[in-house]
Structure formats: C-alpha cells, structure tokens
Write a protein that binds this ligand. Sequence first.
Ligand code: NI
Length: 396
Amino acid sequence: MTDFLKKAQELFPYTQAMRRDFHVHPELGFKEIRTGGIVAKELEALGIEVTKGVGKTGVVGFLEGAKPGPTVLLRFDMDALPITEDTNAEYTSENAGVMHACGHDGHTAMGLTVAKILNEYKNELAGNVKFCFQPSEEGFNGEECGGAEMMMRDGVLDSPKVDMTLSMHLWNEMPLGWVNVASGPVMAGAEEFHIKLTGKGGHGAAPHTTIDPVTAAMQIINALQTVVSRNVSPLDTAVVSVTSVDIGTAFNVIPQEAKFGGTIRTFDLNVRKLVIERIEKITHGIAEAMGCKAELKIVRVTPAVANNASITEKVQATARHTLPNANLDTSGYLTMGAEDMAFMQEKVDGCYFFIGSNNKDKNLDYSHHHPKFDFDEQALVNGAALMASAAADLLK
Ligand code: NI
C-alpha cells in the first residue's frame, strides 16, 4: 500500500468524525461561520498560517514547503443546500431546511485530512500549498457571484501567486472505487444572453414610416442558428438557444422595441469565445443594416471547468500509484452541472477530478441535491489520499 493511502486510511476516523459533524450542522452559502471556524481551528492546531474572511466566510491555510517552488491551491467547498434532509442517518441535519446534499461536508473533511497529511510531509515539499476552503459554491448564478469569485476578489490567487490548482467532487452517479481524472473540459460553461432592439414604432398599416424591430429580430434569431451550424467546428460542442421572445402585443402596431434572449453552452474556452464574438457580430451587424439600435448583454453564469493536460497527466500518474486498486477512468467525463471552480481554473491551470461515492448495496446512491442524498464514506479515503499525493507530486 502506498504511504498516502495508508495515511488517509489511518486518518479515516478523523475524516469521518469531521464529515459527520459538518453534516449535522450544515450552513448555507456565505453563512459557513461554524464550519469555517472549525476549519480555521484545525489548521491552526497544525501550525498552518490561517487567513479568515477571504470571500466573506472563506478560510485559507498556507503551508510553506521546506524547499522553494511553485504554489498549488487545493480547493474544498463548504456550503450546504436549502433542502430538508430525508435520510435516516444517525448524523442527520439538525438545521431545519438545510442539508449537505452535495457532499461538501465530505469535501471539507477531506480538506482537513489532506492538510494533516501534507503538514507531516512538508519537509519533502518543493513549494507551497494553499488550502482554500470556499464558501457558497452553490450560490452563484448569472446575477450573484459565488464563493470562488468572491475569494478571487479578495486575492486568494495572489501573494504568493498560485501556479496550479487541484479540486475534486465526490460523485454519487458513480460507484465507490471509480475515480475520473481527465484532461480537457469536464463541466460545461453557461451564459445567458439578452438582446434589445430599438426601432421606431408606428402604425401597422404604414410600415414605411417606422423602423421595424420585429423583422430585424426575426433575421437576427434566424442568423443566430448559423453560429453552431456554420461557425463552430463539427468536432466541437456548443449550444445557442433562443428561448424567450417579447415583441409587440397589438395586431396593428409596429412596436418600438423587440426583446429576446437565450442561453449559450460550451465546454471549450475558445469555442465559447468564438460563439460570443459571432453573436455580437450578427446582432450588431443585422441591427445596423435594418436601422435599429441593438443592446446585447451577455451574462456569464460560469465558464467551463477545463483541465490542463500536463497537470492532469501528472495527477493520472499519481492516481495509478496512490490508488492502485481504483477503477481509474481517464476518458473525458462531461457533465452539464455548473461549478464555480471554473472561475479559478480560467485564471490558473488546474485539474478537477471526480471520486465515485455511491454504494447501491448500502442504498447510498441518491443523486446530488436529493433529500435522501448520502454517500459511502470510504470515498473520503480515496479523495484525501489522491489529493494529498497529487499535491505532493506536483511539488517534487
Ligand atoms: Ni457540489
């Protein structure tokens, strides 16, 4: 057995106790006061330098290796969901209407375990580890910023500058023992777009006296269909859907305005860029030709989580060595689920991997965000061992 796996197994009672404590006391995004307090206390007890209040309730631990080298950020999310727990677990939530239904209790517990392992190993490290305990992963949407962005605003990627990131998710769609470490995109990026055309309204019987935003809107909506079919390579993936149209109400009135919008989904950052550029060109170009004024607002929900090839290869090598009995899957595993780690991985190269955590025999196979969600806690051993050894291997 490898050292890191052995260490994670020895620490399992600690990991499990922490996980269950967080599970009993779940906290919603940006309210992780108790959780963050425990995290800070546990890190400080190890002698790790702690900064609190990074991104509101986020906590950062900094471990300096014995030798100089790059800084790797390990991210663990801490927030729970507004769901009423319906499991019969002995560690069921005591906060009414709040539940760790995504496994972030496990992520936080694994983070503390990884900190213990790497702290013991610090004399071997050529570089530094930033333990990033992130609030409010579930909270982000087009309007509100989540914990990852909030921590970035507070400088989590700076001083010292972060060179690489590692992050993971327990994955209840797959069984205990399955581990996915794949390069390229793993989670889709999403945007909303909103277009408003302003023309000149008037009588439906006298179109020549108006600037008609209806016909301009139709031409734009039509032309938007060519973005995926004519601009994106057939080997790439993208979605551009116009999903709402709000134009005019009367049969004899040419309206002043036309509003419509939709969503964009992409995995690849370059494809995303291309799609946005084409939407901008089509919207403004056609609007101008038709004499309308166009306002285009693109609201980012999240970029895709895209894994860096060379870091991922290293993590794959680590996984083969650290978890020799795992079912290691290195093929792309795409999920449409959104994840705000994407914001950090957009700035810094990283690898986001999945740790299979369901166990059908124990009835632990409900999906994430289900009121009966629970996972096989042995997955925490795999996650902690792989995260600790991957960080150590990146700082050799
Ligand atoms: Ni989650």
